[in-house]
Design a protein around this ligand. Structure first.
Ligand code: ATP
Ligand code: MG
Ligand code: FE
Length: 363
């Protein structure tokens, strides 16, 4: 089926078009720059930016795919989780389109969308985005299920067990405080590096020693492993970095930015990949899928590759343009729902900022 997907849960206005598993268009307008001076995404600013970007992004996607609204089989839109005001812009636009064209509308779970991204066969033009884990689009083969999925972004750090994309997604654990991307952004700020912090820390870390400072690995102590086996916590780590930075300043020393960045990045990568592989072992699932914007991180990718190879776990990392928030991943889940013969969502479904991952489709 030919499906158009709209994503507005955070700071990316994304419109994607897919035909089944084939990616036809993936256009993204980001308001990230507008949030830079606040050091994080400001909900009202994001919602207003979506309002301005949604129509041009929609037209650009239709142009890129070379299709008309008439030809679509369905429209899909992120219904949650995410920022309420931001979600409402996408949902409003999608409902308007559905009403105007008479096409069926599917409200789709954003986190499931990140998994659905991996179903897509990307067109030649995004080949340059492929990371070291994959040689070429055609070599990637199909996503096999069940798989463990680790989704890491500015808003989420979630570990999922996916047995079936639209029928059986289980949340194994998630962050109990900051998301991994948020931690990168906050630590960058402590180091005086600009927003978004992830790429800045990644760059600074390249010339640092990851063993210079032993930062804490949240929720890995035996007492935490009972209740929080697959949960994450990054606030203690952030505090530890703050103390290190303050101590250096109090002594009148220069802050060892590269070493702090490298040691911090190592702590995040270590805890993410350790828990993801623990989940693979515990559930007997030798497959790990990564998603979310933080997957751009060189050490997270590198450590995942090393440890997955050692553990005999097949690692999948979609191209980065499909890892960050985008409309194509929402269209991909929509296409699966259509193909499975699911009834459309009712036109009165609402944005749900805390939608659980078990609710794949808005009802
Ligand atoms: P959501 O949480 O709704 O999926 P988001 O907009 O918060 O969306 P993304 O756009 O997927 O998240 O990713 C942005 C986050 O990824 C930011 O926190 C940014 O600092 C982080 N990030 C980007 N590149 C890197 C990197 N190389 N290393 C670590 N973090 C990175
Ligand atoms: Mg974003
Ligand atoms: Fe996301």
């Amino acid at each position: 089926p030919l499906v158009l997907g709209i994503e507005t849960s955070c700071d990316e206005t994304g419109v994607g078009i897919v035909r089944g598993r084939t990616l036809l268009a993936n256009v993204i307008a980001s308001s990230m720059d507008e949030h830079a001076r606040y050091g994080g995404v400001v909900p009202e600013v994001a919602a207003r930016a979506h309002l301005e970007a949604i129509e041009p992004t929609l037209h650009a996607a239709l142009d890129e795919a070379g299709v008309t609204l008439d030809e679509l089989d369905a429209i899909a839109v992120t219904s949650g989780p995410g920022l309420a005001g931001a979600l409402m812009v996408g949902i409003g636009a999608a409902k308007g389109l559905a009403l105007a064209t008479g096409k069926p509308l599917y409200g789709v779970n954003h986190l499931v969308g990140h998994v659905g991204a991996d179903l897509l066969r990307p067109p030649a033009r995004v080949e340059a985005d492929f990371g070291a884990a994959v040689a070429a689009p055609d070599d990637r083969g199909e996503l096999e299920l069940p798989t463990i999925a680790l989704l890491v972004s500015g808003g989420h750090t979630s570990l999922l067990l996916v047995r079936d994309l639209i029928d059986d997604v289980e949340l194994l654990g998630e962050t109990i405080d900051d998301a991994a991307g948020e931690a990168f952004d906050k630590v960058a700020r402590l180091l005086g590096l600009p927003y978004p912090g992830g790429p800045q820390i990644d760059r600074a870390a390249a010339s640092g020693d990851p063993r210079a400072i032993r930062f804490p690995r949240g929720l890995t102590a035996p007492k935490d492993r009972e209740r929080h086996r697959f949960d994450f916590s990054f606030s203690g780590l952030k505090t530890a970095v703050a103390r290190t930075v303050e101590a250096a300043r109090d002594r009148g020393d220069e802050v060892p930015t590269a070493d702090v960045a490298a040691s911090f990045r190592e702590a995040v990568a270590d805890v993410l990949i350790t828990k993801a592989l623990d989940a693979c072992a515990e559930h007997g699932v030798p497959r790990l899928l990564l998603g979310g914007g933080v997957v751009a991180n060189a050490r997270i990718r590198g450590l995942a590759e090393e440890r997955c190879a050692a553990a005999g776990v097949a690692l999948r990392i979609p191209p980065l343009s499909l890892c960050t928030d985008n409309g194509a991943m929402i269209a991909s889940v929509g296409a699966q729902l259509v193909a499975a013969g699911r009834a459309p969502s009712p036109l009165d479904f609402a944005a749900d900022s805390t939608l659980p991952v078990t609710e794949v489709q808005a009802v």
